[in-house]
Design a protein around this ligand. Structure first.
Ligand SMILES: NC(=O)c1ccc[n+]([C@@H]2O[C@H](COP(=O)([O-])OP(=O)(O)OC[C@H]3O[C@@H](n4cnc5c(N)ncnc54)[C@H](OP(=O)(O)O)[C@@H]3O)[C@@H](O)[C@H]2O)c1
Length: 297
């Protein structure tokens, strides 16, 4: 099988790139410089030239704050381009593996893990555009697996874990919100889950939406405390605060916990505990800081 991966310079795409060489399939890795997914002719040409049977879409517009001012740009990438990928797979009878977000929820108050069937109700531009992407895939008629994830972090790119590693290593004190809870997701784990689903071929007959995050629940405050413990930055005094103390134009879901029973049942993927995965990521970051991994980490 020929598998196109888009957005490989991002957090998730970088981890997919590490896994590609382990596959029996032929992986083709691209980012926007090689393939702009908003360009229908370019996508169709690439898919035809390389006989692509499967697309793993790691490309997205992910700046949640900026999306409030650039919703049409976010929509073009998170929905218009997704339709282009979906149409290309429908034409070839192939599969689209796509990643969506907990931000499709948030407008309703709930305090139990969100199942895939829970009615969506995004509160911001980013969530609206990602939900529109899901709708485009369903409307296209292609075969698809959509994986909704949350609180994604990795050794690559910018994310909360890397920011907090730097801040707790340099500041004597830090206030972090405790009234938003969720499940962090290590991009390495999500990439391994997607890779395994594709390798096993168990997606056949299992089109649909699935949730994936790491196991367990914490607040941003708890996550930061664990970062200080694992990294050795315990000298930083981390204190809990409310999100109202950090005014933002984005309303973030206060309870971002996804129910993962479906993906475990259907695909048999392992879901590591968030504390263990955080340790893996921090170990990698610290090893690279000492020795230099030279690949963007
Ligand atoms: N980050 C989170 O907390 C989070 C949470 C839930 C779900 N997700 C979803 O998880 C997926 C992966 O997220 P991530 O954090 O790995 O994203 P990321 O690090 O922002 O990477 C996205 C990549 O897509 C590229 N890209 C943007 N526009 C493109 C285009 N027109 N054509 C081709 N490539 C393009 C970006 O390039 P540039 O950098 O040059 O724009 C970037 O390399 C996304 O679908 C995201 O919505 C993320």
């Amino acid at each position: 099988m020929n598998i196109l991966v888009t957005g490989v310079k991002g957090q998730l795409g970088s981890h997919m790139r590490l896994l590609g060489p382990l596959s029996r399939h032929r992986y083709l890795f691209t980012d926007v410089e090689e393939l702009d997914i908003t360009d229908r002719d370019a996508v169709n040409g690439f898919v035809e030239r390389n006989s692509v049977d499967c697309i793993v879409n790691c490309a997205a517009y992910t700046n949640v704050e900026l999306a409030e001012d650039e919703e049409s740009k976010a929509l073009r990438i998170n929905a218009g381009a997704v339709r282009i990928l979906a149409d290309a797979m429908r034409e070839r009878g192939g599969w689209l593996f796509h990643v969506s977000t907990d931000y499709v929820f948030g407008g309703d108050k709930y305090n139990t893990p969100c199942g895939e069937e829970l009615p969506t109700n995004p509160v911001g531009a980013y969530g609206r555009t990602k939900l529109a992407g899901e709708e485009e895939i369903k409307a296209s008629g292609c075969h698809y697996v959509i994986i909704r994830t949350a609180w994604l972090y990795s050794e690559y790119g910018k994310n909360f874990v890397k920011t907090m590693l730097t801040l707790t290593g340099s500041k004597p004190m830090l206030n972090v919100v405790y009234d938003q809870v969720g499940s962090p997701t290590y991009a390495g784990d999500l990439a391994r889950a997607m890779f395994q689903i594709i390798e096993d071929g168990r997606y056949e007959g299992n089109d649909g939406i699935y949730n994936y995050s790491n196991e367990g629940v914490c607040s941003w405050y708890d996550l930061t405390k664990e970062i200080t413990r694992q990294s050795g930055n315990a000298q930083c005094n981390v204190q809990p605060c409310r999100s109202s103390e950090f005014p933002s134009k984005v309303t973030r879901p206060s309870y971002s916990v996804l129910d993962k029973s479906k993906i475990k049942r259907v695909f048999g993927v392992a879901v590591p505990y968030w504390v263990d995965s955080l340790q893996e990521c921090i170990d990698n970051i610290q090893t690279c800081a000492e020795g230099g991994c030279g690949d963007g980490r």
